[in-house]
Design a protein around this ligand. Sequence first.
Ligand SMILES: Cc1ncc(COP(=O)(O)O)c(C=O)c1O
Length: 462
Amino acid sequence: MADDQHAAAAWREADLRHVLHNGTNLLDHLEHGPLMFVRGQGVRLWDADGREYLDATSGLANCNLGYGEPELIQAAADQLAQLSFAPSTGGMANPPYVLLAQRIAGLLPADLSRVFMTTTGSDANEAAFKLARWVNHLEGRPEKHKIISLLQSFHGNTLATTAATGMSVQWSVGAPLPPGFLHVEPPFCYRCPWHVGRRNDRCCLLGVEALEALIQREGPDTVAAIVAEPVLQAAGAVVPPPEYFPAVRRLCDRYGILLIYDEVVTGFGRTGKLFGLEHFDAVPDMVTMAKGLAAGHFPVGALAFRESLYDRLLAAARSGAGHVFYHTHTFFGNPVAGAVGLKAIELLERRGLVQHVASVGERLLAGLETLRDTGIVGDVRGIGLLAAVELVQDPATRAPFDHDLGVARQVYREAADRGVLVRASAFGDVIMLTPPLIMTAAEADQVVITLREALTTVRERL
Ligand SMILES: Cc1ncc(COP(=O)(O)O)c(C=O)c1O
């Protein structure tokens, strides 16, 4: 026990002395120190002090099959023993790499049959942006390069994906950002940018009108692609109304713009369908994915795109315009990522987890709805096991809390003290829930009960 305490103190010391944490308030971190995890099994984590947590965040919405899944560990170990690495550049391949590409293509609408493997979601989005620009460049339209995305969306933290991310607080880190990235208001009914109100038919159509106005202003011949999350996770599980994406699709078709769905969070069962796109009657030209693809047991991402786009690349290559899509990262297409990804998809299907998510997700959302009587819940939203609770000072007027109170952060701490991990959004008082897809109904109930206690404690303290 004394040894454990000594080790925990040494890790904390190493953290505070040597680490710069990403996405972390530096002063908050100095005051509270790290939450140091040492073990994970199923939906549970243990910290260095031996405390147990039910993880309702799946790490970062990626450990979809829980922690320490034996079949994923075995798949990684077997592949490491067989062939630990092989490049995917210069025409080199390996079986897990190409079989995972084939498997992903088989899960998507028929035309999305070409796959580019990456390591992360940011890489996949970078690849999508580059590909959208590259085809236009090859076809003699280099000016058609702009990428439009939604405010409050998140697409990654490389320079280009930060530029595409619709959160202005992130833009100054690394500024100046690359040019050619534009933003438009999202279809966010609870915080309707047009003040029309919740679930009003006009609301989302105004979003499409704003998008079209932006395209017109910039000139359709300058816009290469529109990128959007099917459900905006970082904004707090914002589910666009059903009319939104079909209308965006029509705009893309009218102006020759590619539509990219960022399914980094929504892919692989998170929303109660295999992909978020299945909720909307609009097929994109490209889909990016990562997180749940290898269920957090290995880093892997992918970009899937239409065969017709590949045909354009081939035609350009044959015409001599350009032969190589230069976008190589050392770990793209590596065999271990392929093996773990293949196994994760197999487990998702074999265990019927997508249907499970749909039913447990409904139960979780219904439970979260009951939290409105705590008096500080303004909105409960989400789909499947992607849910959010927005905390407000006055539910009647939707008036937010003073940002400096850090109300969501307080709720996060109260819940963690009671053994349940939720996430407090850095961008508003929103509690975000992305539990492992294997979470049971009883565990979902436990999350709701704990959140009720945390919310009540925080409300009484305010
Ligand atoms: C919607 C979305 N897109 C892209 C990314 C970036 O993925 P990664 O962190 O794997 O680079 C994230 C990460 O949270 C995300 O939520």
